[in-house]
Ligand binder design. Structure first.
Ligand SMILES: [Zn+2]
Ligand SMILES: [Zn+2]
Length: 291
């Protein structure tokens, strides 16, 4: 039985808790064959969780040095989690080459702007969410969701990240208040269109366990019914924990494996020698991972 790797993690260069080395030590301790760092890439706005632009060279050098240092023990991968902001975020395929990254993660954390300097954060506090909901969208949640998935599709088509991060993270707001039901036909249609866009792009869809192990969502991102549809469309998936502390690196992986198997997936993608490879889910069954 093999151990699943994690390719989405935040260290103390952004809003993660610990230095990179601590995540590697934990990964080696748990027997992960590889490990990927993906700090929040700098954005040209004030942000509590993104890396400062001035720290980027040091971050990239840091991961590169660890790659060399640990190469006989564990494969280390260098990445960043990019926000998609229209007219700000360009081609991540070009950025990947320029920064010598192994892959990129593209995520929607912002929808439009509260004012010219402040993008509206949709996965933060409910207070912030309420502000944009009323200020930008007249309190209409359907308009918000429509814009959210429109931006996700635009990100996939224009920015072309290697991995589409936490597809339905906006459902975290349902934790505070039941804003919308995933059963509604307009919501299903938005998701279906987005899955088709991902399918056409050939990119990887992330199964992200963070909402679940932080007890803010009932299921992983994306929801089980979405994963069921993703499998019918034969969209490749990668399981990630979005760890912000070393103890979270494999959190929720057993649930993610079980969910994928239940909805019909046979493979998950893992990076080996710098290439994404499908691996039989069966290989990973029964592994006791921390939750
Ligand atoms: Zn994210
Ligand atoms: Zn993240």
């Amino acid at each position: 039985m093999d151990i699943l790797s994690n390719y989405h993690s935040h260290c103390n260069y952004c809003d993660g808790a610990s230095p990179m080395e601590d995540y590697i030590l934990e990964a080696v301790n748990q027997g992960l064959p590889s490990y990927g760092f993906s700090s929040h890439a700098p954005i040209p706005y004030e942000s509590k969780w993104s890396m400062q632009a001035s720290a980027l060279p040091s971050y990239l050098r840091g991961v590169q040095a660890l790659k060399q240092e640990w190469k006989s023990v564990i494969e280390i991968y260098k990445s960043l989690e990019f926000d998609y902001i229209p007219n700000v975020t360009g081609s991540l395929e070009e950025v990947m080459i320029k920064l010598d990254l192994d892959y990129t993660i593209g995520s929607i954390h912002f929808i439009d702007f509260l004012d010219t300097e402040t993008p509206w954060e949709i996965d933060g506090s409910n207070e912030k969410f309420e502000k944009g909901l009323h200020q930008i969208f007249d309190g209409d949640i359907q308009k918000v969701l429509t814009r959210y998935f429109e931006l996700t599709q635009e990100m996939v088509r224009i920015a072309k990240p290697t991995i589409v991060g936490h597809l339905d993270k906006i459902k975290i707001q349902n934790y505070y208040k039941p804003y919308f039901s995933e059963d509604e036909s307009w919501y299903i249609k938005l998701v279906e269109e987005t899955l088709q866009t991902i399918k056409d792009s050939g990119k990887l869809l992330e199964v992200n366990t963070r909402g679940w192990y932080k007890s803010k969502t009932q299921e992983v991102y994306p929801s089980n019914w979405i994963l069921y549809r993703a499998n019918q469309l034969d969209i490749p998936v990668v399981i990630n924990s979005d760890a912000h502390v070393p103890s979270e690196i494999s959190a929720g992986f057993n649930l993610a494996l079980k969910t994928l198997e239940e909805v019909g997936f046979k493979h998950v993608f893992q990076m080996e020698n710098g290439l994404w490879q499908p691996q039989a889910i069966q290989r990973f069954q029964g592994v006791k991972l921390k939750v």
